[in-house]
Design a protein around this ligand. Structure first.
Ligand SMILES: [Zn+2]
Length: 499
């Protein structure tokens, strides 16, 4: 017997947290953040507090109430029990989107995280280059920890100082799994199966404990650059003769897709026909989408210009079939004092000096630790390059980087929006601001350059029929009822209920 507890992803898109319990052993499928549910209570300026450990999230049912799952430091800090035995033997992460792994920070440090190599690299980039907060996904540092200090000052009565992140940071137990190679979690034998999705490393999982054969799709599609991987997964899953299939159904209300190939073609046409600067905004972790624009840039004799976060990710993925950092130019934004670019003056004691004449060490001081490596990269460009030779570049620029437009002062530029349409209030508001900026700079907007990360209804249903499980749980969907048609195929449709 296997019991499946759903703690998220039920009647909503994302937030998957599924506890699969066998006789002796158990594992979680994903541990994601529900954007909608968190957005019901929190926002950019109303954030859960670290000082209250996990309790700000538990208050609203955003984290499941399961004993033996959470970090000792947070539990003790809230006056709760820390349990000797972990509640589960591992957390399988299907891919590195936050709605599948965004709450890993809160998990105790003796539960292993299991994932593909690419998923590991993307999460590492998220942790290293993202804004600090609850983002110790792969690392673990005890919070609320004082460490003994030597008594340096006679005037100080304190014997301890707050622990420094650098001294106490350690790695969590991580297991990297290879496609279709058996691994085990106690009584379960498992395999990971790569699928096509809107970032590298997405996998489905197959798990068997002799009584149940379970397949979990994660998020998948057939219209990206890796459709073959999804098809191979289906073949393997069929052979596996699953008793239970847990499938995503994000787009069960749609019957066709824009494909990555459509976008490729349009990007090529547009980049050849436009003479000035091309600005493009696409999801940074979607390296296949990056590749689409990189190739369009090459084809129109432009250099692809990426931000430092993209550069970091390309460096991590070196040798994995994507363009490398030397194939692109890294855009160096002005930060802190804005010394890059050489126009402003700074004061040394009493003497004002042009920033073009000061030592590069001062300029580097404007940037964060990890970012420094990319700032000093040989093939970097700044706003002046884009101003002087706009027709030579395709410029990656996210909405939150629009400040750069003030420095670049683009003339005759176009903007390719290659992102999903807004799906909540905050995105709507951002969308209005985005329009205002583009209008202000007289930049022509090109939309319709987005391909979803998810399969559409006929593809999902066809996949389930092909795999032929005894029963199916639709999750990660707002319309589980749409799966009812599968009853005609002799497949039992089960509805997940939140635990
Ligand atoms: Zn996803």
């Amino acid at each position: 017997m296997v019991q499946i507890d759903f703690h998220g992803g039920v009647d909503e898109i994302g937030g998957n947290k599924i506890h699969v319990k066998g006789k002796e052993n158990s594992f979680f499928l994903d541990f994601g953040k529900s954007f909608n549910k968190e957005g019901d209570y929190f926002s950019e300026f109303l954030q859960p507090r670290k000082l209250n450990g996990i309790m700000d999230l538990v208050e609203f049912g955003l984290l499941p109430s399961v004993k033996g799952l959470y970090r000792e430091d947070y539990l003790r800090h809230c006056g709760l029990n820390h349990y000797e035995k972990p509640a589960t033997d591992g957390i399988l992460i299907s891919h590195a989107h936050l709605d599948h792994m965004g709450y890993l920070h809160h998990i105790r440090d003796d539960i292993p995280f299991i994932m593909s190599q690419e998923t590991y690299l993307i999460i590492k980039a998220l942790e290293e280059t993202g804004v600090a907060g609850f983002n110790n996904y792969l690392s673990y540092k005890t919070d609320f920890l004082y460490m003994a200090k030597a008594r340096l000052s006679k005037n100080s009565n304190t014997t301890h100082k707050k622990a420094n992140a650098r001294d106490i940071k350690k790695n969590r137990p991580i297991e990297i799994v290879e496609p279709y190679k058996d691994f085990s979690i106690g009584e379960f034998t498992l395999q990971s199966a790569p699928v096509d999705h809107s970032l590298p490393g997405a996998t489905a999982f197959l798990a068997d404990n002799g009584e149940e054969a379970l397949v979990y799709t994660g998020d998948f599609r057939f219209h990206g650059k890796r459709a073959e991987e999804t098809r191979k997964f289906i073949k393997k899953a069929k052979k596996f003769s699953p008793t239970t299939l847990i499938t995503e159904g994000t787009r069960i209300d749609r019957d066709k897709n824009t494909t990555e190939e459509d976008i490729e073609q349009r990007a090529h046409e547009l980049s050849l026909s436009h003479q000035g600067l091309i600005i493009v905004n696409y999801p940074i972790r979607d390296l296949d989408r990056f590749l689409t624009f990189y190739e369009a840039a090459q084809n129109s004799d432009r250099t692809m210009v990426v931000n430092t976060k993209q550069a970091y990710l390309l460096n991590e993925f070196a040798g994995k079939g994507y363009p490398e950092i030397d194939d692109v130019a890294v855009y160096v934004p002005r930060r802190t004092w804005g010394l890059m670019g050489g126009q402003s003056q700074v004061c040394f004691d009493e003497e004002w000096v042009k920033s073009s004449e000061i030592d590069s060490e001062y300029i580097l001081g404007d940037y964060k630790g990890w970012e420094k490596d990319y700032i000093s990269w040989e093939n970097n460009v700044n706003y002046r390059d884009l101003q002087e030779n706009p027709e030579d570049y395709m410029f990656q620029c996210d909405y939150f980087e629009f400040k750069e437009l003030i420095d670049i002062k683009p003339e005759n530029a176009i903007y390719i929006k290659s992102k999903t349409e807004p799906f909540n209030d905050e995105m709507e508001i951002d969308g209005r601001r985005e329009k205002n900026w583009l209008k202000h700079f007289n930049i022509e907007v090109h939309t319709g350059f987005h391909a979803s990360g998810h399969a559409c209804a006929p593809e999902i249903l066809e996949m389930i029929r092909e795999i032929g499980p005894e029963s199916v749980y639709p999750i990660h969907t707002r319309d589980a009822r749409a799966f009812n048609v599968l009853k005609d195929d002799g497949i039992e449709v089960k509805y997940a209920r939140l635990k």
